[in-house]
Design a protein around this ligand. Structure first.
Ligand SMILES: Nc1ncnc2c1ncn2[C@@H]1O[C@H](COP(=O)(O)OP(=O)(O)OP(=O)(O)O)[C@@H](O)[C@H]1O
Ligand SMILES: [Mg+2]
Length: 858
């Protein structure tokens, strides 16, 4: 559970008095809320209610961050030293080139992130607040101290505050205290030293799991308990699939760079070459090798993906989740709303004999009216079927529904007689019953009678009807509070059966996902026969159902073996949903989860791609990486295509960087040994690198082959290494032949050598993109116009710089016609050979499931 707010012994630490806002006097006075004007003034004083320090850094800060990168610093220092020895030109040039590449990067990234952020804002969390005497829906950011906020189950608590009123309110505070069970909340002063004991306080970041509460906001933003520890919490999350791959790629490149730079420095030292010059050369090599555009290319491709997805009504909250969606090979989903219409209606209320019984419906209606929660679809369906049934009843106490107990209870009185009414999943209710209603009054619930009830339950569920059980007990006196232990010695009254028609579009969507290589699994809290019936209705293959009861008995290792082949899971608790996701993930799958309830939030958080819908509860939406504006499995298929598109384009950049760019830098290092002078000056390497970078701006916009969209794709470092190992040396081989011809045949001098090679390496490096951007023949896969423009533009610029009248400024010398022709011929030969070898270098199309292997190997 991390460090959180606990001391080493695991006990919640006492907070300093000034933070214990629940002890302040302000909470004791009931409040009618603020006026709009008061709130605006308060907002100016305290600032917006945000804890995340994830706010985008300013442009200036982004530039400074890039300037402070060690390589750039070394280069600038080296240039400064050479300026001190009289070489002003290289200082100016290096400064200009560094400025240009930083400018390019900052400008591109800034624009892309702004677009993505605007989309995120469109699904901001809203809170019900009392302002100007009426309830309004406001963005959580605009909440200020003194606001009065209303909370319902599934709502995130937007700020720290004290409870003014509550009925059956329980909060999940695990995120702050590590306490796994919901904590009861009620008004009234507490003298609590620790937040775990503060029954009258609600904390930002926690959520209401049941009941209702009204709270007075005492602290907002960074002043909240969450605000003081939010950085710890962020560090607690394991990185998702995309970041894991990116990190491993970074390590690979660092190793390559270090090896090359050390090699050059050692050789130069051994050959007694000038120290400063060698040093600058090595630094320029390192800059040339660093994939400094990788963050920009990934951000832009992902941000563009986000914008395209928005057109399909999918909002991306975490950009990298687009990639994870493309890599996903298993999608788990809950049932209600995704596979069904979520228009739950009451079909019938049955007595224990299986016949219609309006008295059972009346009991259910009293329970729902006095102890249900607004927004719960089952409670809503019951009240719609019997709107008047609760008249004349008054609530005494309630014990709200939770997903572990699967029961909801109320103590209610009618004509002065008190009664406990319990409703819930039939087996959960029956477990608390000792008797059953019969014609002549309650009868003992013996084995035969239990079996008869099970038969009714099974038969109904097998027809796809979701059942709730109802039970009651007379109460000798009115209780002040209810506990779980009160749910005992009950008399079973009967069932309510509900219908929720399947969505016609669901079957088609699941088939489409199957064609994309994504298997769909259903994880439901509902009973097994209901899930099986639905699956049959949708015309999908059923197979075995794994129940929550069985899962509870399985160890993690055993569960890992079972989950892969199982498609249906029933009667699972929120915790078990999360366990299933983890097990799939450990079995090597990239897992998505789509859900909308309080009970789905842990699983959404655990998934690589957490999906929710805009109508879902706050906790589910907060946990999700992607929000569907329409609850439709079909759009997920669109999202998957988008994810794979972005991945394919990012891979093109990676391939360019690790093969042709790496090959060039490798040649440069070798040449520094073989050639009597430095093969390129530091300035020329940097120019080379800048033009190469500029050419890549078109990549995020590139078209993608159908082949790249067909199967789940995930980082495979092994495949990248293979590609590098083949294509890198190929490019070096060509460079070395170029060197040999230039030196031995044409006896080129230093300046001419550098010019010829600059042109050759630019042409090969820039044009090879058209070869390796596709597995097909280049003329069969058309590149995007933007890519053609940036690549050819960079080529033209390189030729102009090296051959134009200003060439001398950069240390270039004029090239005679036959040398130019030679360079062009060599570049063409290289491209042809690269084309011949690329399929071999790319290997078989790797699928996401190979991740398991490469992860364990790496
Ligand atoms: N308001 C309620 N009162 C009593 N019992 C309830 C209530 N809501 C749900 N239950 C019980 O808890 C079980 C699990 O809840 P629910 O079906 O919503 O879980 P779920 O995992 O979200 O299911 P689904 O896959 O259908 O979305 C229900 O099948 C029902 O037996
Ligand atoms: Mg649900």
């Amino acid at each position: 559970m991390g460090t959180r707010l606990m001391d080493p012994s695991g006990h919640a630490a006492a907070m300093p008095t000034e933070h214990r806002f629940w002890l302040r006097a302000e909470g004791s006075a009931a409040s009618a809320g603020l006026t709009g004007a008061e709130a605006r003034r308060q907002l100016l004083r305290d600032g917006p209610n945000v804890v995340e320090r994830l706010r985008r850094p300013s442009v200036l800060r982004q530039i400074l961050r890039r300037l402070a990168e060690p390589l750039v610093l070394i280069l600038i220092a080296a240039a400064a030293i050479s300026a001190a020895t009289g070489d002003m030109a290289s200082l100016v040039l290096i400064a200009l080139i560094v400025a240009a590449s930083i400018g390019l990067e900052t400008w591109q990234e800034h624009g892309a992130e702004k677009a993505a952020e605007a989309l995120r804002n469109s699904i901001a969390l809203t809170v019900r607040v009392l302002r100007d005497g009426r309830e309004q829906s406001l963005r959580a950011e605009d909440i200020v101290r003194g606001d009065v906020v209303r909370l319902a189950p599934g709502n995130l608590v937007p700020a720290d505050g004290v409870v003014l009123a509550a009925s059956g309110a329980h909060a999940d505070e695990a995120i702050l205290t590590g306490e796994p069970y919901p904590v009861a909340k009620r008004p009234g002063p507490s003298r609590a030293e620790t937040m775990a004991d503060a029954h009258d306080a609600l904390f930002a970041g926690t959520s209401l799991v049941s009941g209702e509460a009204t709270m007075l906001v005492c602290e907002t933003g960074l002043a909240t308990v969450l605000g003081t520890i939010s950085t710890d919490l962020a560090a607690d999350q394991p990185p998702p699939a995309f970041e894991r791959g990116l990190r491993r790629l970074g390590l690979l490149l660092v190793r390559l760079t270090l090896a090359l730079v050390l090699f050059v420095l050692l050789v130069q030292y051994a050959l007694h070459r000038p120290v400063l010059e060698s040093f600058m050369f090595a630094a320029a090599l390192a800059v040339g090798l660093t994939p400094e555009l990788l963050p920009m290319v990934t951000t832009i491709t992902l941000a563009r993906g986000a914008v395209r997805l928005a057109a399909r009504r999918v909002i991306v909250k975490r950009l990298a989740a687009i990639h994870d969606l493309g890599a996903m090979d298993v999608l788990c989903t809950d049932k209600t709303g995704t596979l069904t219409e979520a228009r739950i209606s009451l079909a019938v209320a049955l007595g224990p004999d299986g016949r219609d019984d309006p008295a059972v419906l009346a009991l259910a209606a009293v329970n729902s009216a006095l102890g249900g929660s607004a927004g719960n679809p089952l409670d809503t369906a019951i009240l719609a079927a019997a709107p008047e049934a609760a008249c004349g009843w008054s609530a005494l106490a309630a014990l709200p529904f939770d997903f572990e107990r699967r029961r909801a209870s109320v103590a209610a009185s009618h004509d002065g007689k008190a009664m406990l009414i319990v409703k819930g999943a039939p087996e959960a209710v029956l477990a608390a019953c000792v008797a059953v209603d019969g014609p002549g009054g309650p009868q003992p619930l013996d084995a035969a009678r239990r079996a008869a009830l099970d038969v009714i339950h099974e038969a109904r569920a097998a027809q796809g009807e979701r059942l709730l059980g109802l039970a009651w007990r007379a109460l000798p006196e009115a209780p002040a509070r209810l506990a779980v232990s009160d749910e005992s010695d009950l008399v079973f009254a009967g069932f309510c059966a509900f219908l929720d028609p399947p969505k016609p579009s669901a079957a088609e969507a699941i088939e489409r996902l199957g064609q994309l290589g994504v298997r769909v699994k259903i994880i439901s809290g509902d009973a097994a026969p209901v899930v099986a019936h639905l699956v049959a209705q949708l015309g999908l293959p059923a197979g075995q159902v794994l129940s929550g009861e069985e899962i509870a008995r399985l160890t993690d290792a055993a569960l890992r073996r079972r989950v892969v082949a199982t498609r249906l899971f029933a009667r699972v608790s929120p915790d078990q949903k999360m366990r299933i996701i983890r097990a799939l993930s450990e079995a090597g799958h990239t897992v998505g989860f789509l859900g909308d309830g309080i009970n789905d939030a842990p699983a959404i958080r655990a998934a690589d791609a957490g999906l929710s819908v805009n109508t879902a509860t706050d906790v589910a939406r907060a946990a999700a990486d992607l929000i569907l504006l329409d609850n439709d499995l079909g759009v997920i298929a669109d999202g998957i295509a988008e994810g794979r598109r972005t991945y394919a384009n990012i891979m093109k950049y990676v391939r360019m960087g690790t093969s042709s760019n790496f090959g060039n830098m490798l040649s440069m290092a070798l040449a520094s040994v073989l050639v009597p002078f430095l093969p390129m000056t530091a300035v020329q390497i940097l120019l080379n690198n800048l033009l190469y970078d500029a050419s890549q701006i078109g990549l995020p916009l590139d078209e993608v082959d159908a082949d790249d969209l067909a199967t789940p794709r995930n980082w495979s470092i092994a495949a990248i290494e293979r590609f590098t190992a083949i294509m890198g040396p190929l490019s070096s081989l060509f460079d070395l032949s170029t060197f040999a011809i230039l030196l031995l045949v044409f006896h080129a001098g230093a300046a001419q050598f550098r010019t010829a090679w600059f042109v050759e390496s630019m042409l090969t490096q820039l044009l090879v993109v058209f070869v390796i951007r596709t597995r097909a023949r280049p003329w069969r896969s058309r590149p995007a116009r933007a890519l053609v423009a940036t690549s050819l533009g960079a080529c033209a610029a390189a030729l102009a710089l090296a051959l134009g009248p200003w060439a001398g400024l950069f240390g270039f010398a004029p090239l005679p016609g036959h040398l130019l022709a030679l360079v062009a011929a060599l570049a063409a030969a290289y491209l042809l050979l690269a084309e011949a070898l690329k399929r071999h270098a790319m290997g078989r199309a790797h699928r996401a499931r190979h991740r398991a292997r490469s992860t364990h190997a790496g």
